[in-house]
Structure formats: C-alpha cells, structure tokens
Design a protein around this ligand. Structure first.
Ligand code: KMH
Ligand code: ZN
Length: 295
C-alpha cells in the first residue's frame, strides 16, 4: 500500500503542471553537414546571432555543439571557451555545452568540455544505438562526468534516450547524491533511430518511471515527432526542447530557415496551453544555475 502511495505521489509530481515553460534551443548539433544545410549556425557569429534571436523568441536555455573552421563538429577547448563567453556577453540564456559531441568523439575528450565553464552540461544516461552508429556512454564515464560537474558547480541536464536510461539516472543519484544546486532536470530525447520512439505513449512511460528526485523534465522529438512530443510534453507538465539539432523540417515541404522559427512556434504553443515561456531568470531559478555573469 505504501509503495502504491509513493508511486501515485511520484507520478503526480512528475506530471503536475509547471507554471511556465522552459524552452531550450538546440541550434546546431553534430550530425548535420553545413554543405547539406547552409542555414545551420556553425560559425561563432552565426551561433551568437541565433542565440540572440532565439532568446527574443522565448528560449531561456541554449544547448551548444560547436564546429571548427571547416564547419566540422569540434570539442576544441579554445573555441568552446570563446563560444561560452560570447553567448554569455550577448544574451542571458542558460548556456549548456554538449558533452555528447558526435558519435566518434573519445570519452576523455568529451570530459574536457567542462573546462569552458558553462552553466550546464548535457549528461546522457547510457549507451544508445544512433542510426548506424553507437553513442557510447558507459557507466564509469557517466559517473566521472557527474562528479566533475558537481565539483565545478555545473548543472547537468540528464539526457534520456531510452527507458533504461532512467534506471541509470537512479544509480547515479544513489552513488553520488544530488547534482550541484540540488535540482534534477532531465530531457527525454525521443525518436532517435535506436532509442525510445517519438510517441506520447513512450514519453508517458518515461515520465512515470522518473525518480522522485527529478524536479523538472523536458522532451524533444526528433524529426516529424517533434510536434506530437511537444504537445504531449506541454499537456503533461513538461518543458520543451526544439532546434535544428533535432529537426530540419518546419512543415511538409518547408525546411527550417532559422532556429527562431521553431522557438516561436514552441512559445506560441506554450502560451496556448497557458504555460508561457519562462524568462531566463526563471529558468536559472528552476535549475539552480550558479551566477557566472559579471556585472
Ligand atoms: N550528437 C549525439 C551523438 C548531447 O548533446 O549530449 C549526442 C548528443 C547528445 O547530441
Ligand atoms: Zn546535443
């Protein structure tokens, strides 16, 4: 009986309606080639311009992958730091660096992303098939990243590509305690070929399995699942992630021209659902982000 009560409380908490919506923009990713999509923001100037326009459209967090001078995915330390500083100077967005990189990046190199002192970092909770590739996240790597983020006062966002990742998140919390700031924010990334499908049913299964320590959750659907997942997330009390990392098609026959188109649509949907976009200050409070901006 007690178990049932706890389950009911946990599910109610996971699905209770948040007042506002945290909108994350993931503008670039590591998978799309600039040659195939010239409008993808790959240079620092393009990324900063994207950050500014997406904040104006309603985003409060930016999930960043950077590219090198040839527009190829990069984890270069100097470029990462320059990027964090430039976005921090031009916007008040919560800056999250990807520690996922691309599927070919070595684990050791992925840990060095924290040296750029972002506000937040992604932390994927398990290895996942990724199309024809494998996105590697063995438990010792996750554990190391978790502890380093705690030590450096960087707030992790737990990326859940599959139901099994929820169990790994439970193990991380049991092994290491709460992340820096005491909040636990997760993002369901659905619809990756090899991960959980981009369906409301799969999302709801994930929400119901979340540990009680989770204080907020978001969802994104890859490709054509992005709209049904956004609607299901808003209806279930979740936050949203959109952007060209996840989706290059705005509507049938209409490629995404700019990331802020996707943010604007997400913000409109959130307002329609009486869950207006959060300000960046509200997002910082939700996630307990350390103040790194200088006056
Ligand atoms: N590019 C994917 C292999 C993350 O940013 O942390 C991994 C990814 C997840 O995008
Ligand atoms: Zn990413």
């Amino acid at each position: 009986m007690t178990g049932m009560t706890n389950d009911a409380t946990r599910i109610k908490r996971a699905t209770s309606l948040a007042a506002g919506t945290l909108i994350t923009v993931a503008p670039t990713g590591a998978e799309t080639a600039k040659g195939d999509c010239p409008q993808l923001p790959t240079t620092l100037a393009e990324l900063v311009e994207t950050a500014v326009t997406c904040q104006a459209a309603g985003a409060s967090l930016i999930h960043i992958h950077i590219r090198d001078a040839d527009h190829k995915p990069s984890l270069d330390a100097v470029r990462l730091r320059e990027t964090v500083l430039a976005v921090r100077e031009q916007t008040s967005l919560v800056i999250q660096l990807s520690t996922g990189g691309n599927v070919h990046d070595p684990l050791e190199k992925r840990l060095t992303v924290l040296d750029a002192e972002p506000d937040s970092c992604s932390l994927t909770c398990g290895t996942t098939n990724f199309g024809d590739d494998v996105f590697l996240n063995p438990y010792p790597f996750m554990s190391q990243l978790y502890r380093q983020a705690q030590e450096r006062e960087i707030v992790p966002e737990f990326e859940l590509f599959d139901l099994g990742h929820v169990a790994a998140l439970r193990r991380l919390i049991d092994d290491h305690g709460l992340p820096f700031g005491g909040k636990v924010h997760v993002d369901f990334i659905t619809g990756v070929p090899g991960g959980m499908p981009g369906t409301p049913a799969a999302l709801l299964a994930g929400i119901q399995a979340l540990p009680a320590e989770v204080t907020s959750w978001a969802a994104t659907g890859i490709g054509r699942s992005h709209l049904p997942i956004a609607a299901a997330a808003l209806a279930s009390g979740g936050h949203l992630r959109v952007g060209m990392e996840d989706n290059l098609i705005y509507a049938k026959g209409q490629p995404v021209a700019r990331n802020d188109e996707l943010v604007t649509r997400a913000a409109d949907l959130a307002r329609l659902m009486q869950r207006p976009p959060m300000t960046t200050d509200e997002a910082r409070a939700l996630l307990s982000i350390k103040e790194r901006r200088t006056a």
